[in-house]
Design a protein around this ligand. Structure first.
Ligand code: MD3
Ligand code: FE
Length: 206
């Protein structure tokens, strides 16, 4: 299901695989995950509600509430384990990592982000994982979004990348702890998803 694409280097440590993933192939797995672990708008530690709706699959899932950010083996809504990571997902993430030159990659967590028009993700680092030696693989599906990378500090000048349906970004090495975010989503239409953007982020969390 991963298509042959030449990776392009966005900044050192960040590789873009344009059109690498197939939304149609991923969607039936996503539907089954969402049926078991519904999308929800999590709370931040400061009490704000995130504009991005989220769920997870894998042996642990990323969660946020008034107590902070962490990985949890169970969904706090059901207190049951998160749905298992489909083989299609882990194979796609591994293929992308290998294609980008980071070698074998066996994620234990996949965060599923759903953006509706107006949703955004402020600049942050992904630092709840136990080790930063593994890359992160990010799969964009549905309508396009403008993603930005700020480097080692927040603020300052940023590098922007428009991410389209099927685009995969792999970031590791020097870029693993770079600040990054997603600009407010503009309305558009995708044949399968309508006015929605999805992002699947694969991590080795434990
Ligand atoms: C970091 N998600 O869930 S893709 C996240 O599109 C998250 O939903 C975004 O950041 C999303 O934590 C962005 C992940 C990503 C991609 C490229 C990067 C993070 C990056 C390049 C450098 C540093
Ligand atoms: Fe992130």
């Amino acid at each position: 299901m991963s298509l042959l694409t030449e990776p392009t280097c966005v900044v050192p440590g960040v590789w873009l695989l344009h059109g690498f993933a197939s939304s149609a192939a991923l969607w039936s797995e996503m539907e089954q995950i969402i049926a078991k672990a519904p999308l929800r708008h999590m709370q931040t530690q400061r009490g704000f509600t995130m504009s991005v709706a989220m769920t997870n699959c894998g042996s642990v899932g990323w969660t946020s509430d008034r107590r902070g950010y962490r990985y949890s083996p169970t969904d706090p809504i059901s207190d049951k384990p998160w749905p298992a990571m489909p083989a299609l997902f882990s194979t796609l993430a591994n293929d992308a990592s290998e294609q980008a030159g980071f070698g074998r990659f066996n994620p234990d967590a996949c965060l599923i982000n759903q953006y509706q028009p107006g949703a955004q993700m402020g600049a942050h680092q992904d630092r709840n994982e136990k080790s930063f030696d593994h890359p992160i693989v990010s799969v964009s599906l549905g309508i396009p979004a403008r993603f930005y990378i700020q480097g080692e500090t927040r603020g300052g000048q940023s590098q922007s990348v428009d991410l389209f349906d099927g685009d995969v970004i792999v970031f590791g090495g020097v870029a693993r702890q770079y600040y990054h975010g997603v600009r407010k989503l503009k309305s558009a239409s995708h044949p399968l998803f309508g006015s929605v953007r999805w992002n699947l982020t694969f991590r080795v969390a434990q």
